[in-house]
Structures are given as structure tokens and as C-alpha cells.
Design a protein around this ligand. Structure first.
Ligand code: CP
Ligand code: NVA
Length: 307
């Protein structure tokens, strides 16, 4: 199993700035080797268990392909095909799984659920998305930003739409890495004051008008109007978010070299227009691919520490 002290990645701020920047350096090295078809197998004989209590395409494929590429193997569990679906306590599941594998990734509902798992786990636990956070995605997004535009420190990121798990993770990243987050969400779907504390204007600025939020931004990013687990609110959300579609007018307010990102899956004509997501400023396919490279760096770090 693992050598150093037990670490988890349950939210972005579980890692320091130095650790995040180290992960980006490793991800670049790992990606370059992958592109050269050079083997990189530091996790030979290690096993990752993935627990999905919600659907996934990118998270599953990126962790699974990444672990095999590093010489390890994976076990894929879902609520429906495990005893989690028959009310086995998450603590018991953690105790059992973590005696058999080296690393666990979980996608679930409440953050408290992954925290309860981690508290009873003998091995590192990675958050593959909860209602509250999506830290692996933000690692990939910032790595992608750096690839295209250089360091993110001092830059401005505009978050347009639902103040969801992605938005709260962006906020943690802004605090740690030193950039400014602009957020524009409809009333009723904005960041909750109780959750964000009192970040300075260098870290967070909130806007009623999404075009104002985009002004001067170096990255414009959005996400689905209805996240997994909130499907009952779909109709109300479609009405509330009608003016929060990232379109050419919003991109025109941003920096001329601004990038567009979306963690995917996307709904063209809802949160983003087709001409933006399929246009020249969009880096969504690099962003999706980079999930795999940053998560390989993350798994390597959690199991082997600094190399
Ligand atoms: N972006 C993301 O996490 O995608 P999946 O839901 O397909 O894993
Ligand atoms: N906010 C979305 C992200 C999907 C990858 C959700 O939680 O469903």
C-alpha cells in the first residue's frame, strides 16, 4: 500500500499552492511521455477502486485509462451493483475496500459522505465529484489554462451560470493560486454567503449581469444549468437561467485572447451557444483530455509522494 502519511484529495484546498504547482509540472511530464508513446508505470501492481453513485463518462475513462497506463489496475463499482445500493453504511464500505486496494476515487452526493468514507479509509481517497466540489476538474481546467496562456496568477476567470460544485471549487482555486473569480448567477442560484466567508475583491467579484462578469476575463467558463441530483428543479432552472447562455456577445466582452471552457457534458443552446463551444476560443477537448494527465499526476503523488 502507500509509503508516506495518508493524504486525501476531497477538496481543492486539501493541497497547498506548491503541491498544486508540482502536480502541474508532473502532469506536463506525464502528458509529454504519453504523447511520445513512452511508458510511465510507477503504479505497477497498484489497484484503484472507483465508486460511482452518479453517472460519468470522462471521470471514469480518465481514471481507468490513466491507472492502466501507469501499470496499475482498477475496480469499477456503482451504487446499483454494490451493497451501497442496499444501504451498507459508507463507513463499512470504506473499511472493507481500503483493506484491499491502494487508492479510492468516489463520485457521490453530499461532501459529508466522502468525508465519512475518508475518515474510515486506510488509503487515499479522491473526490471524483460531489454536490459541493469537483476538484479534479478544476485541476484539469487550470492545467489547460496554463498550457494555452501561461501562469493563471493575477488573471481573471468568469464563471457564468449556476453557483454549483464547479463554482465553489473555482473559488478555492482562486484563493490558493492567486487569481480573480468573477461570478454571475441568477438570483436564487448564487454563491451562498455562509459557504464562502468574506473573500477579498482580489479573489471574488459577483455580478448580476453576465456580460459585466465576462468583461476583461482571460477565461470564460460555465456548466450545466441542472447538476446531477437536482433533476427535479430542471424546469424552474431553464426559466431562471435563460439569460445565462455563454454566447458570442459575452465572449466579445472578455479579453480578445480569452479561452472558453466547459467541464462537459454540454447542452448547446442552453448554457452555451454552439458557435462558442465549437468555436476557436473553446478548449473543451483539451480540457477533457487533461483530466487524465492531471489525475495520473494526482494518483502518483498520493501513492508515492514527490518523485
Ligand atoms: N466533467 C466530468 O466530470 O464529466 P463526467 O460526468 O462525464 O465524468
Ligand atoms: N455540475 C455538474 C458537473 C458534471 C460533470 C454536475 O454536478 O452534474
Amino acid at each position: 500500500q502507500q509509503t508516506g502519511p495518508l493524504r486525501h484529495f476531497l477538496q481543492f484546498r486539501d493541497f497547498t499552492k506548491e503541491e498544486i504547482l508540482y502536480l502541474f509540472d508532473r502532469a506536463k511530464l506525464i502528458k509529454d511521455k504519453f504523447k511520445r508513446y513512452e511508458p510511465h508505470r510507477p503504479l505497477h501492481d497498484r489497484n484503484l477502486a472507483m465508486v460511482f453513485e452518479k453517472a460519468s463518462t470522462r471521470t471514469r475513462v480518465s481514471f481507468e485509462a490513466g491507472m492502466y497506463q501507469m501499470g496499475g489496475s482498477v475496480i469499477h463499482l456503482t451504487t446499483g451493483d454494490s451493497q451501497l445500493g442496499r444501504s451498507e453504511p459508507i463507513e463499512d464500505t470504506a473499511r472493507v475496500i481500503s483493506r484491499m486496494v491502494d487508492l479510492v476515487m468516489i463520485r457521490t452526493f453530499e461532501q459529508t459522505r466522502i468525508e465519512r468514507f475518508a475518515a474510515h479509509s486506510r488509503v487515499p481517497v479522491i473526490n471524483g465529484l460531489t454536490n459541493e466540489f469537483h476538484p479534479c476538474q478544476i485541476l484539469a481546467d487550470i492545467f489547460t489554462f496554463i498550457e494555452h496562456q501561461g501562469p493563471i496568477q493575477g488573471k481573471t476567470v468568469a464563471w457564468i451560470g449556476d453557483a454549483n460544485n464547479m463554482a465553489y471549487t473555482w473559488l478555492q482555486a482562486a484563493e490558493i493560486l492567486g487569481f480573480t473569480l468573477h461570478v454571475s448567477a441568477p438570483k436564487g442560484y448564487q454563491l451562498e454567503a455562509a459557504r464562502i466567508g468574506q473573500p477579498s475583491a482580489q479573489v471574488l467579484r459577483q455580478f448580476d449581469d453576465p456580460i459585466e462578469a465576462c468583461r476583461g476575463a482571460h477565461l470564460v467558463t460555465t456548466d450545466v444549468w441542472t447538476s446531477m441530483g437536482y433533476e427535479d428543479e430542471n424546469e424552474a432552472r431553464r426559466k431562471a437561467f435563460a439569460n445565462w447562455c455563454v454566447d458570442a456577445e459575452m465572449m466579445a466582452a472578455a479579453d480578445p485572447a480569452a479561452l472558453f471552457m466547459h467541464c462537459l457534458p454540454a447542452h448547446r443552446g442552453e448554457e452555451v451557444s454552439a458557435d462558442v463551444i465549437d468555436g476557436p476560443q473553446s478548449v473543451v477537448w483539451d480540457e477533457a483530455e487533461n483530466r487524465m494527465h492531471v489525475q495520473k499526476a494526482l494518483m502518483e503523488f498520493l501513492l508515492l509522494g514527490h518523485l
